[in-house]
Design a protein around this ligand. Sequence first.
Ligand SMILES: [Zn+2]
Length: 274
Amino acid sequence: MRREVDMECKEVQRLQGADLDEELDAPNAARLAAHRSDCADCSREYAQLAALRKQVRESGTRFGAPAGLAQRVRETLAASLPIAAPVQSPARTSALSPRAHWPWAWINFGAAATAMAALIVTLGLLLAQPGASSGLDDELVASHYRALQVDHLTDVASSDQHTVKPWFTGKLDFSPPAYDFAAKGYTLVGGRLDYVGGRSVAALAYQRHRHVINVFIWPQAGSAGAGEGARSEHGFHLLGWTDEGLAFRAVSDAAPRDLAELRDLIVEESHRRL
Ligand SMILES: [Zn+2]
């Protein structure tokens, strides 16, 4: 448990749930975004919160509460329950944060209750969310995030397109364009197979400065136009486009203009090689 979280971080972390719900006014949302761009802790927490919501949406009642969530639930409840601190046994106190001065002890059902409380809080957040995003976007963001978390960006790690492109052969029923643009500031790190929207897709990982951009590629299906264009989900930027019968989705925390630049490079290179 971090004890010396500064006041601004506390404030930011208190508001991140509302931020995910798009319930904050524009100045506050901008303030949080600016803070996150400079604060790894708050940025990580925000991503975890987003991933948790996604997980709950997918798996309903089956999920394990991530580390730190119980503490956040306690703090949230503590902030909304102005109840005097109860006398706690030393043993119990030691298991709790020094800031948990409220009668959590009476809900002493253990981890199961904590997980249930987390589930309820999270479901509340989900239900309160206006204009829920498309399931596909959620899946793409989750896949991008998961690849970062488990350090599994690539099954084939190479910036050599003559290595990456053939690697997909036989694994997919299409041939994804895998080009390196290191000279332009977009380095192809490698590729991997992923499963999104009910089908196997190619995922190319690009490095852009300190950011990772995942480009998901699959054969364009009937719903042409769906998912194209730029948008943001759970703190990540998405850009969708279609080209030569393939659908592309770029996902990253890199700037939207970077995604657009990478798209232009990919489209340009694909057409050059036709
Ligand atoms: Zn912070």
